[in-house]
Design a protein around this ligand. Structure first.
Ligand SMILES: [Zn+2]
Length: 68
């Protein structure tokens, strides 16, 4: 998957549906807020620590992506 479709934890996002890039957990964000860590984070290995945008408008373009 490409980096641009992956929203890091804590990014400001719009309402939409997101999938954990690491474990596939589906998170439905009903309101504009920042993305929380995946609930499975800490239970299973998470290396990417970001969310894949399934629907809606994802990341805030003013919020730069981390280099890693
Ligand atoms: Zn996860």
């Amino acid at each position: 998957m490409s980096k641009k479709d992956c929203v890091p934890y804590g990014s400001d996002v719009s309402a939409g549906t997101y999938e954990c890039a690491d474990c596939g957990h589906i998170y439905s964000n009903q309101s504009k807020t920042s993305m929380p860590p995946c609930p499975e984070h800490g239970k299973s290995p998470h290396k990417l620590n970001c969310w894949i945008i399934l629907s809606g408008r994802g990341d805030n373009p003013k919020d730069p992506y981390p280099d890693e």
